[in-house]
Design a protein around this ligand. Structure first.
Ligand SMILES: [Zn+2]
Length: 255
């Protein structure tokens, strides 16, 4: 059985800045292998205060889907924690190249040798850590180098469709997902093409096409919170005749 605990459900600047929802990442455990995906601000604190407590020193790896702060802020403190400040060389970090080199690099250089390994994420590749297997999606349409993650838990595919502008070309990457966790930052489309996030209309199109067994909406911006995510999820559920739920901080899925 896989356990997925969505520690935080905040997306975009105001919800993160005001902590209207937590911006912590997602904890994933499968057959003794433990990961954190997209450790945004507050991940370490949430891990230490959630019940049951999640021990940073027992993590085997970290995954960054992209370098944006609400996805990567706590990566350094988690590396420090899981390696006991470098005393134990362990843990694997998976991240797009942009997180490690160039102007958007987010992983502190002095921490990198503490890790057992750093693996670069590229589009549509397979990766393994311990008992967890996953693949990346095609590259997302976002202002940073971004890949979605599709976990394979003994044949059960669980996709994290993270930040992106909508494109029908993305759907192929997630077509075989039975469970789809979607970052839906916006209620309505943004007039500026520089805001590269999904809105509710995009999510409806994606879900109508993929028809997963279950969809979970998360990573909410202000317009989503105002529109009440659980009501949006209920409406999509009725309209598409699918199970769609809105995540809340601490939502745990047993798969
Ligand atoms: Zn982003």
């Amino acid at each position: 059985m896989a356990t997925i605990k969505i520690l935080g459900t905040a997306g975009a600047r105001y919800v993160v800045a005001k902590q209207l929802r937590s911006s912590a990442g997602t904890y994933i455990e499968y057959e003794g292998t433990r990961l954190v995906l997209d450790p945004g601000p507050g991940t370490l604190v949430r891990m230490a205060t959630t019940k049951p407590r999640l021990d940073v020193m027992k993590l085997h790896g970290l995954i960054l889907t992209h370098a944006h702060l609400d996805h990567s802020n706590d990566v350094n403190i988690l590396i420090d924690g899981l390696t006991e400040g470098g005393l134990k060389k362990r843990g694997v970090l998976f991240a797009p190249r942009e997180c490690l080199s160039g102007n958007s690099a987010v992983v502190l250089k002095y921490l990198r040798p503490y890790l057992k390994e750093i693996k670069i994420l590229e589009a549509e590749k397979l990766y393994t850590i311990g008992n967890i297997k996953f693949r990346t999606s095609r590259r997302h349409y976002h202002t940073a180098e971004t890949y979605g993650i599709i976990f394979d838990f003994s044949g059960k595919k669980v996709g994290f469709l993270v930040d992106t502008l909508f494109s029908p070309r993305l759907i192929e990457s997630y077509r075989d997902c039975q469970i789809l966790i979607i970052n839906v930052v916006r209620f309505k489309p943004h007039p500026s093409p520089n805001v590269q996030h999904l809105c509710v209309r995009d999510v409806e199109e994606i879900l109508a096409e993929i028809r997963p067994e279950k969809a979970i909406l998360t990573h909410f911006g202000m317009t989503m919170l105002k529109a009440q995510p659980h009501q949006i999820a209920a409406k999509l559920s009725r309209k598409l005749n699918l199970e769609v739920i809105a995540a809340y901080d601490g939502l745990t899925l047993e798969i």
